[in-house]
Design a protein around this ligand. Structure first.
Ligand code: ADP
Ligand code: MG
Length: 649
C-alpha cells in the first residue's frame, strides 16, 4: 500500500477548513475579519470529531488493522483506555518511510478520488484517524511490512513526530496510545468512569469480532483476557466467544435473500426473548449499524410468537450492492440509508420468518420426533390448490383418535382398517390412501399431497404418548415414550390451532344469526373504525350495521362465540381496528387473535378427553409451540429432573 495525501479535489469533500471569527473589531455593522485557524487549533478541533473517547480510538485502530488484512488482532486497555490502549495486528505493515505520512491529515492509501466515496469497500476512508489520535495523545508505532527484514518505530507527542528508527519487530503493526486527551483537559472532563469506557471498547471489539469471524480478536482489560474469538471463519464460534454460551445456544440459523439483498446469520428462538433490544446486532456490508428499519423487519417476523414486552436477539449480516446503501450519512458511520427500504425490509422479514417456521418443524432425528406430516401456514398456502374449496369446518374435531377410555393408554387403541381420504379439491384426480405405518410409530407419515381441508389424524399407529390426566382444568399432563412428562396449556394450544387455521384461511367461520340483534355502544373512534370495516368484519362472520349515534347493531356473530360475548368481542375488535389503522395487515392479525382466543376452549372449562387428545397430538407433533401471543404451550419435565428432585438420580 502506498500512502498519499488526498489531492485538492479529494480534499474538498472533507469538511475540515475551520474558520474563526475574530471579534476584536470595534466598528459595528462590519463583518469581523475571517481568518483560517492555525494548524494546531484546527487539528484539535478535527481530532474532537474523530476521537470522542477511548472506544473511538480503538475503533479506528482496529479498523485499520482489519483493512491491513490481519488475521489476528489483540487489543489491550488499561484504565478504560484513557492511560493506555494498544492494538497489535499481523497485517501488511507500513514501510518505514511511509510511517510519518500515515500521521498526516487526509493521508490514506484507501481513497484517491471523490468518486471513490460512492463505492467504499474498506472501513476507514477519511485518512484522518491517525492524525487525529496522535494530536491528542502520546503515540508509539512499530511496524514491519510482510517479508521485510526489519521494521521501524516512531514516537509522536501531540501529533509532533520524532525520528523514524529502524527496529526489529514482528510482521504487522503495533500502535500504542498513551494518556489520551492529555493536552485537551476540556475533553477529559467528559470521560465516564474507567469501567464505562472499557465497556465501550469491549462493545467495539465485539462488533468487529462478529463482523469478521475469520479474524481472531483478543481483548485484554487491565491484563485480564475478557474476549477471545477463534477466527475460524464461523459466525457461530464468534458469537459463542463474544456473546456467551447461553445466547449462542438459543439461536437458529438464518439465510436467504430477496432481490439483491442477502440476510445471513442467527436469530433467537422465540422462547428465548430478551428484555431489551440490546442483543440485536446488525451489520450492513460488514459494518455495524443501528437501524430502526432492520429492527422492525426482525420483530415483525416474530409477531404472534414472542411474549409481549420481549425482544428477539440476533446477529444478522445484510449484504447488498454498495450502490444500494449510503454509509456516509453519519460521522460515526453507524447510520445507513438504503436506496430501497422496502427491499431490505422484505429480505430480512421473510428470511427470518422462514427460519422461524423451519425451526417450528422438528427435524427428523431430534429428540422430539415428528409423528405426522406437518405444514406451516405459509407452506400450506404455497402448496394448496389455487381454488381452495371453502368447506366450513366447526371447531376442530378429531374425535376418532381415541374412543373413550380414560386415561388413554395409547397401546390400547385398536388397529383399524385402512382409511381412505378423498382429496377435497374438485380437480384432484385421485383418492389417496394412507397406509398404516410399520410398528415403529415415529416415522413421519408420508402423504404425497397436502390435504387442505381435512384435519386428519392417522388413527392406526401406536401413539407414542399417553394422557395421564388434566389438572386445574387447564393443564394436560402427558407422558411420552422417552419417559418425558409434558404439561400442556389447553387454552394456549387450542388458541394457536384456531389462529393458524384462521390465518391460513383454511376455515370459513360459521355464522349464527342472533335471535335478538345486540346494540353495542362504541366511542367515536371505534364507531368510525367499525363502520369503515364492515366487509372485513363480515369476513369474520360479524354482520353489523349502523344504528346511529355511536351505536352499532350486531345481527350475526361467529358460531363459536357465545351470544353473551357479542358486545365484548365487538368492542375488542373495534379497539384493535382503531389501533391498527396505520397497518391493516397487523390489524387483521389482531382480529384473528381475538377470534382465536374467543373461540378456543378456555382454561377452567371441562373438556372432553378426545378434545384433549387432539390437542396433545398437535402439540406433540411439534406443529405448535407458542400461543399467538407468544406464550409457550407446553412445559417439559424429564425423568431425570423428576428423579433428581426425589433424590433418586
Ligand atoms: P484511513 O484508514 O482512513 O486511510 P488512517 O489515518 O486511519 O486513515 O490511516 C492512514 C493510513 O495508514 C491508512 O490508509 C493505511 O495505509 C495506514 N495504516 C494505518 N494503520 C495501519 C495498520 N494497522 N496496518 C497497515 N497500515 C496502516
Ligand atoms: Mg483508518
Amino acid at each position: 500500500m502506498r500512502l498519499l495525501r488526498l489531492d485538492e479535489d479529494g480534499g474538498k469533500f472533507a469538511p475540515h477548513l475551520a474558520f474563526s471569527i475574530i471579534s476584536d473589531r470595534k466598528e459595528e455593522n462590519i463583518m469581523p475579519e475571517i481568518r483560517q485557524l492555525d494548524k494546531h487549533v484546527s487539528e484539535l478541533i478535527a481530532a474532537g470529531e474523530v476521537v470522542e473517547r477511548p472506544a473511538s480510538v480503538a475503533k479506528e485502530l482496529l479498523e485499520n488493522a482489519i483493512d491491513a488484512g490481519a488475521s489476528a488482532i489483540v487489543a489491550e486497555v488499561e484504565n478504560g483506555g484513557l492511560t493506555y490502549l494498544r492494538i497489535t495486528d499481523n497485517g501488511c505493515g507500513i514501510a518505514p518511510q511511509q510511517i510519518p505520512v500515515a500521521f498526516l491529515r487526509h493521508a490514506t492509501s484507501k481513497l484517491r478520488k471523490a468518486e471513490d466515496l460512492s463505492a467504499i469497500g474498506t472501513l476507514g476512508f477519511r485518512g484522518e484517524a491517525l492524525a487525529a489520535i496522535s494530536a491528542v495523545s502520546h503515540v508509539d508505532i512499530f511496524s514491519r511490512e510482510r517479508g521485510a527484514t526489519e521494521g521501524a518505530m516512531l514516537h509522536l507527542d501531540g501529533g509532533v513526530p520524532g525520528e523514524v528508527i529502524p527496529t526489529g519487530c514482528p510482521e504487522g503493526t503495533t500502535i500504542c496510545v498513551r494518556d489520551l486527551f492529555y493536552n485537551t483537559p476540556a475533553r477529559m472532563k467528559f470521560m465516564k468512569k474507567d469501567s464505562a469506557e472499557a465497556a465501550a471498547v469491549a462493545g467495539i471489539v465485539t462488533h468487529l469480532a462478529l463482523s469478521h469471524p475469520d479474524i481472531s480478536f483478543k481483548l485484554l482489560r487491565d491484563g485480564q483476557e475478557t474476549l477471545h474469538t477463534p477466527g475460524d471463519g464461523k459466525l457461530l464460534s464468534a458469537i459463542y466467544a463474544a456473546m456467551g454460551r447461553d445466547f449462542a445456544l438459543s439461536l437458529v440459523p438464518v439465510s436467504g435473500c430477496g432481490g439483491e439483498v442477502r440476510a445471513e446469520g442467527f436469530v433467537t428462538k422465540p422462547l428465548a426473548g430478551h428484555g431489551s433490544r440490546g442483543k440485536q446486532v446488525f451489520f450492513v456490508n460488514g459494518r455495524f449499524v443501528k437501524s430502526q428499519l432492520l429492527t422492525a423487519a426482525l420483530e415483525e417476523a416474530y409477531r404472534n410468537r414472542l411474549l409481549k414486552g420481549k425482544f428477539p436477539g440476533c446477529v444478522l449480516h445484510i449484504t447488498l450492492p454498495v450502490g444500494g446503501v449510503d454509509v456516509n450519512v453519519h460521522p460515526a458511520k453507524t447510520v445507513v440509508k438504503f436506496v430501497s427500504d422496502k427491499q431490505v425490509f422484505d429480505a430480512v422479514y421473510y428470511t427470518v420468518l422462514d427460519a422461524l417456521d423451519a425451526e417450528n418443524k422438528p427435524a427428523p432425528g431430534k429428540e422430539e420426533k415428528p409423528f405426522y406430516q406437518t405444514m406451516t401456514a405459509q407452506e400450506y398456502k404455497a402448496k394448496a390448490p389455487v381454488e381452495q374449496p371453502k368447506k366450513p369446518v366447526g371447531s376442530y374435531t378429531v374425535k376418532t383418535v381415541v374412543p373413550s377410555a380414560q386415561p388413554i393408554h395409547v397401546h390400547d387403541v385398536a388397529p383399524q382398517p385402512k382409511q381412505t381420504f378423498t382429496a377435497p379439491a374438485p380437480d384432484a384426480k385421485k383418492n389417496y390412501v394412507i397406509t398404516p405405518p410399520e410398528p415403529v410409530a415415529e416415522k413421519p407419515v408420508q402423504v404425497e399431497l397436502p390435504v387442505p381441508v381435512q384435519e386428519t389424524i392417522e388413527p392406526k399407529r401406536e401413539i407414542p404418548w399417553r394422557i395421564a390426566g388434566e389438572v386445574l382444568k387447564t393443564y394436560i399432563i402427558c407422558e411420552d415414550e422417552n419417559d418425558t412428562v409434558w404439561l400442556i396449556d389447553k387454552h394456549a394450544a387450542h388458541e394457536r390451532i384456531r389462529f393458524d387455521k384462521l390465518k391460513a384461511s383454511r376455515e370459513v367461520l360459521m355464522a349464527q344469526t342472533l335471535l335478538t340483534p345486540v346494540a353495542v355502544d362504541l366511542d367515536a373512534d371505534e364507531y368510525d373504525a367499525v363502520l369503515g370495516n364492515l366487509p372485513l368484519l363480515q369476513e369474520f362472520a360479524f354482520a353489523c350495521e349502523d344504528f346511529g349515534g355511536g351505536t352499532v347493531l350486531v345481527r350475526q356473530v361467529p358460531a363459536d362465540i357465545r351470544a353473551e360475548d357479542t358486545a365484548a368481542t365487538l368492542e375488542e375488535l373495534a379497539h384493535k381496528l382503531v389501533l391498527g389503522r396505520a397497518d391493516p395487515e397487523a390489524a387483521r392479525d389482531e382480529l384473528l387473535h381475538t377470534m382465536a382466543c374467543k373461540s378456543a376452549i378456555k382454561a377452567g372449562m371441562i373438556s372432553d378427553v378426545s378434545e384433549l387428545a387432539a390437542l396433545v397430538e398437535k402439540v406433540q407433533s411439534g406443529e405448535i409451540q407458542y400461543c399467538p401471543h407468544g406464550r409457550p404451550v407446553k412445559y417439559k419435565l424429564t425423568k431425570y429432573e423428576i428423579e433428581k428432585f426425589f433424590k433418586r438420580a
